[in-house]
Ligand binder design. Structure first.
Ligand code: F0G
Length: 464
């Protein structure tokens, strides 16, 4: 007779690790939080980390590393030239992604800098499902245009589209027909971070590849969150339930010509990144730029111990137990928000829970900064930091003309392997309070907004 109690739902939320090292965190008393927020110009990007209790600002570079990663760092070979650590890093990446040429960089945007310098000429058009903002900034820095061809389903928070990160393939077709000769590559962001960290299906990747092939345009992946994407394919796409994650990963990348990765996400490290390519001559040119900006091709702006941490972290990132727990943590936090009456992007995605600010502050117009209100309320109620953005996407209309549309959301990013279920329960309780009090928020006004990186450095004060 089988066991009558099914523990799988409980088990999915149990941390698949024991804690060996701890870092104390402390909740400041309310008056001190009020003082800290005033000193921070009512902007969570000016709050000191020491004043934050549960920091959900980003899942980038905030992962807890494993004992194996730390052990690997201790045996690093810190040679400048052709260190053994580089070869372990290279092998780990070649094995997982299947691309032969590996170029280390210190983080994602360093890779973006090199690739756009080499590939994006003035007036180039770079289609993507959605560019992450640093990628778009690099394309524009080279006087190119980055366009975001995600479907309109993105704007419907509750539409249960399993692959909200997908390209709208009709838009990609129109873009390639209209701008084909100006397109240096198609960029596929997996998972699609700015589209609520939603995954892209294998079928969508395959079809995007067919369209790109028809125009002889290569495909490059922004692979920063590739492992979570692979896990969602396994969970949500027919035909993949029994395929091992590593095989799904290999298939995804088989449709591309290369990728770059901010290892600060799915590689479970605090710093690092790489470019991996099929084409040897492009790889050589990347290496030449690398020497200019980052360092010798066998360390790329990193300590060799950082390369070791990436080599091991990537292998851990494709373990199914880890991915199950990681994605379940996000979904669990989201379910707590929904219980509190907060509208979330569904189904839940990779990096964190994305919420609809309009559902929280329906009485505030965008000039009254509901995003700032949410950041302040969340911190005041419970010392929790989360980030909210207005994000401008550049799309195209049916004639292929470029359009702009702003997507407003807040993200509660969940750092990997860092918090336990009780932290998430706490954040859920804080957000229930925030939801109750939100109708009383007077809104904010901006007192200072620099031209560059306004959303990081603007200052605010409450309206009443
Ligand atoms: N691509 C994606 C999909 C990203 O999410 C990020 C960073 C980058 C590229 C840039 O990488 O930070 O290493 O230079 N995202 C962070 C975030 C900052 O909070 O989502 P980087």
């Amino acid at each position: 007779m089988g066991d009558s109690t099914d523990l799988s739902a409980e088990l999915a939320l149990v941390e698949p690790y024991r804690i060996k090292v701890v870092e104390p965190i402390r909740l400041l008393p309310r008056e001190e939080r009020e003082r800290a927020l005033r000193a921070a110009f009512h902007s969570v990007t000016y709050l000191n980390s020491a004043d934050v209790f549960v920091d959900l600002a980003t899942d980038s570079g905030t992962s807890a590393m494993s004992d194996r990663q730390w052990a690997a760092m201790m045996i690093a070979d810190e040679a400048y030239v052709r260190s053994q650590s580089f070869f372990r890093f290279e092998k780990s990446i070649q094995e997982i992604f299947g691309y032969p040429h590996v170029i280390p960089v210190h983080q994602g945007r360093a890779a973006e800098n090199i690739l756009t310098e080499l590939l994006v000429k003035p007036d180039a058009v770079v289609p993507s499902n959605t560019h992450f903002d640093t990628v778009r900034a690099h394309v524009e820095h080279r006087h190119g245009i980055g366009i975001d061809l995600v479907g309109d389903w993105l704007w419907n928070f509750e539409a249960e589209h399993p692959f909200k990160g997908n390209f709208d393939l009709d838009k990609l077709k129109t873009a390639l027909e209209k701008y084909g000769s100006r397109v240096p590559f198609v960029s596929i962001t997996i998972s699609n971070n700015m589209a609520c960290s939603s995954p892209v299906s294998m079928e969508n990747i395959r079809q995007a590849k067919a369209l790109a092939d028809a125009h002889k345009v290569p495909i490059l992946f922004d692979a920063s969150r590739f492992a979570e994407n692979a896990y969602f394919i396994k969970q949500r796409e027919p035909g993949y339930a029994n395929v091992p994650i590593r095989e799904i990963v290999r298939e995804m990348f088989s449709y591309g010509d290369g990728c770059w990765m901010s290892a600060k996400k799915d590689a479970l490290v605090n710093i690092g990144g790489f470019i991996a390519l099929r084409d040897e001559s492009l790889a050589r040119r990347c290496q030449e730029q690398l020497v200019l900006y980052e360092g010798f091709p066998t360390y790329g702006g990193l300590a060799r111990r950082d390369l070791e941490a990436v080599a091991v972290g990537l292998q851990e990132a494709v373990e199914e137990d880890y991915l199950r727990h990681r994605t379940q943590q996000v979904a669990y936090l989201g379910s707590l928000f929904e219980r509190a009456g907060i509208r979330c992007s569904k189904p839940f995605g990779g990096s964190g829970v994305f919420i609809d600010l309009q559902s929280l502050y329906p009485h505030l117009t965008s000039e009254q900064f509901p995003d700032v209100a949410m950041g302040c309320d969340t911190y005041l109620e419970g010392g929790v930091r989360a980030a909210a953005f207005p994000f401008v996407l550049k799309g195209i209309d049916q004639q292929g003309e470029i359009t702009k549309r702003t997507f407003h959301f807040a993200r509660f990013a969940v750092p990997r392997r860092t918090f336990t279920r009780s932290h998430l329960d706490y954040v859920g309780a804080v957000m229930a309070r925030v939801k109750q009090r939100a109708p009383h928020s007077p809104g904010y006004r901006c007192t200072h907004s620099p031209e560059v990186l306004g959303h990081f450095f603007s200052r605010f004060e409450p309206l009443a």
